[in-house]
Design a protein around this ligand. Structure first.
Ligand code: SAM
Length: 251
């Protein structure tokens, strides 16, 4: 299995320390906290493509039994290092969507991985099979429509038109182009795999319209922005225009 992510870990961690990445993770942590609370305590959680543990660690901290499966050894090592630093525990498995561990979990995550995968690769049915009956699957990826709106405010209409018409999306941190993954398509695939959609969230909705990043480093401004993001994330029509979409399904 190729691992183009390992050498980009440092650039990735620079991104995850930014205020906008902190917003992305805080909103998801809150959505997953709510979902987990409906399922109970001590849940078995599988984070597919969970990388360095940014989504997994808050769940481990909350007392859940968390396993990350990811092809990148260095990212998994970083997840383990962070878990130790927080005196919490996670399990890691080197692997990926092509060789998922057998079994069923209460909560399965697959965040920002599908865009690196072929469109018809059968990933959603494979993920659905890892969810126990009554459990949840959370899928997340970049929202192509959100990228167009972000581009119009940052770079103007011609750049936004090019973004709209492009077949692929640029991922600057990893210096690569990926496929556009539409939330509606994932909803259809999940439904066909026997899942029921229970949540459609947006992420970085207000943040990406605020092109001046400087105020976001001020803690009180950051708190206001995060409070707004949390309020907007599950509301129509705001949930359709953020940097990313997050869909939650029940099996
Ligand atoms: C952009 S990072 C996202 C990490 C994490 N899910 C998050 O949202 O913070 C993409 C992750 O997908 C992993 N990945 C790449 N190919 C994969 C595959 N075939 N199966 C599972 N994970 C994969 C990478 O190693 C990397 O950790």
């Amino acid at each position: 299995m190729t691992d183009p992510f390992s050498e980009k870990l440092q650039a990735w961690q620079q991104y995850t320390r930014t205020p906008w990445a902190r917003i992305r993770y805080a909103v998801v942590a809150e959505i997953l906290r709510r979902e987990a609370s409906t399922l109970g305590a001590g849940l078995r959680v599988l984070d597919v493509g969970g990388g360095d543990g940014m989504d997994a660690l808050p769940l481990a901290r909350a007392g859940h039994d968390v396993t990350i499966v990811d092809p990148s050894e260095s990212w998994l090592a970083e997840a383990q290092r962070r878990a130790r630093a927080e005196a919490t525990t996670i399990s890691t498995i080197r692997g990926g969507l092509d060789d998922l561990p057998e079994g069923e979990w209460d909560l399965v995550l697959c965040h920002f991985v599908l865009r690196y995968r072929p469109a018809d690769g059968g990933d959603i049915p494979a993920l659905a099979r890892r969810v126990r009956r009554g459990g949840r699957l959370s899928v997340m990826d970049v929202n192509p429509a959100g990228r167009v709106l972000r581009t119009v405010v940052s770079d103007g209409p011609a750049a936004a038109m090019a973004e709209l018409q492009a077949d692929t999306l640029a991922v600057h941190t990893f210096n690569t182009e990926v496929r556009k993954v539409e939330a509606d398509r994932i909803s259809d695939e999940a439904r066909a795999a026997g899942l029921v959609q229970v949540g459609h969230y947006g992420n970085r909705i207000a943040n990406d319209l605020l092109v001046d990043d400087l105020p976001k480093h001020d803690e009180s401004y950051f708190d206001d922005l995060l409070a707004l993001e949390l309020e907007l994330s599950g509301r129509e029509p705001f949930n359709r225009i953020g940097f990313a979409w997050q869909l939650v399904f029940a099996r």
